[in-house]
Ligand binder design. Structure first.
Ligand code: PEP
Length: 254
């Protein structure tokens, strides 16, 4: 598949996998995907497995991501993890604003924006999640929701920082539900998001930003989704917990 932007496929393990289980999974992914050069491959284990997984993927084509971080750099913030701590484990990416955190931790666009800026300040690339709920889509509010989220979450970024930000379009109704957006629905939303980047930054920046699709991606739908002109990869939840499922998504995307 010949694309303007390099595909990026990331596995979000969420609150799954002990250290031993994570090492097993990543060993399998390495075995399956060691010759892949066409796709940026990222695994995002829980914080507790970052250290060991980081060592296990040294000298491989797999990069490390975290699932969240604090907007603060240091101090009395019990239970939080800052960018500097992630850097100790060579974390290159961080998922920010996932809909589960927006829902359960009440994360706002304003807070997510601070986290995005803190990640860039530490040279960690944010994977910024946005997406509408089913009620928002059905009431015709999808574009407005995406506009508000993009505007709020990328405020004050430089063009260079925007280019290094990966956006994950994840319709909330498709996450963990087995309901995938059709390739047309994904393409339409991605093209709209890219038009927003062009509006807030410029056309050249918009052309360079990678926009992942997330929501029940699996081996059987990866090829068609990745075949859309504005879909530049995937953020994968459930199917990233098993080496064969994740590897087949990557292979079918090439
Ligand atoms: C996610 O949570 O980011 C996700 C896309 O999950 P799933 O693939 O399980 O729908």
């Amino acid at each position: 598949m010949d694309k303007e932007r390099k595909l990026i496929i990331a596995g979000n393990w969420k609150m799954n996998k002990t250290v031993a289980e994570g090492l097993d999974l990543v060993a399998g992914i390495k075995r399956e995907l060691n010759s892949v050069k066409e796709v940026d491959i990222v695994v995002c284990p829980p914080f507790t497995a970052l250290s060991e997984v980081s060592k296990a993927i040294l000298d491989s084509n797999i990069r490390l991501g975290a699932q969240n971080m604090s907007e603060q750099n240091v101090g009395a913030f019990t239970g939080e993890i800052c960018a500097g701590m992630l850097k100790e484990f060579s974390v290159r990416y961080v998922i920010l604003g996932h809909s589960e955190r927006r829902q359960y931790q009440r994360e706002s666009d304003e807070l997510i924006n601070k986290k995005v800026l803190a990640a860039h300040a530490a040279s960690i690339k944010p994977i910024l999640c946005i997406g509408e709920t089913l009620a928002e889509r059905e009431s015709g509010a999808m574009q407005n929701v995406l506009l508000t989220q993009v505007r709020g979450c990328v405020a004050s970024l430089t063009r260079e920082q925007m280019e290094e930000t990966i956006i994950a379009y994840e319709p909330v109704w498709a996450i963990g539900t087995g309901k995938t957006a059709t390739s047309q629905q994904a393409q339409e939303a991605h093209a709209y998001i890219r038009s927003l980047i062009a509006k807030f930054f410029d056309d050249a920046t918009a052309r360079r930003v990678r926009i992942q699709y997330g929501g029940s991606v699996k081996a059987s739908n990866a090829r068609e989704l990745m075949g859309q002109p504005d879909v530049d990869g995937a953020l994968v939840g459930g199917a990233s917990l098993e080496e064969r499922g994740f590897a087949d998504i990557v292979k079918n995307s090439i």
